[in-house]
Ligand binder design. Structure first.
Ligand code: CMP
Length: 139
């Protein structure tokens, strides 16, 4: 069964470039409801915990340095079939391979600085949302 929630982060480069409002507008226009949202700056250690599944990959150091280089916006989003629908909205991980009109094609700069994160499965969405938000912070 497909879940109805996913988790996203607007990454430091997109926030610093002033694109967070446009990205949130795209998310809302696509029919996602905001369940929880916060602006936060991760330490490199915290970014490492969040991306622990990638710790053996060559890009892990660059990814965690980048994700701790400035504030991010973290959010839980709700829509039917949320994980799949959100991945369609944001496009491929590598912005150069993302479809036209997707968030990463419009606002991503590189595979690391790809504007937004989106959960890759319902189980990831649950774990990632729990990393940032308590039950009391969800509406
Ligand atoms: P994200 O959706 O945040 O999930 C993991 C991140 O690793 C991904 O987006 C990319 O920013 C980053 N990354 C860097 N290099 C690679 C790579 N070669 N393959 C996949 N992801 C990568």
């Amino acid at each position: 069964m497909n879940g109805n929630r996913t988790f996203t982060m607007i990454k430091p480069s997109a926030l610093a470039a002033g694109h967070s409002g446009e990205i949130l507008a795209m998310i809302e226009k696509a029919g996602f409801r905001l369940v929880a949202m916060k602006l936060v700056r991760l330490s490199k250690y915290q970014a490492g915990l969040f991306y622990a599944e990638h710790s053996s990959k060559g890009f892990y150091g660059d990814l965690t340095s980048f994700m701790s280089s400035g504030p991010i916006i973290a959010a839980i989003l709700e829509k039917d079939n949320a994980v799949t629908e959100f991945r369609q909205l944001i496009g491929a991980t590598d912005p150069s391979k993302a479809d036209p009109g997707t968030v990463r094609k419009l606002y991503g700069k590189s595979i690391t600085e790809n504007a937004v994160h989106g959960s890759d499965a319902d189980s990831s969405a649950e774990r990632e949302g729990n990393f940032f938000f308590s039950q009391l912070e969800r509406v």
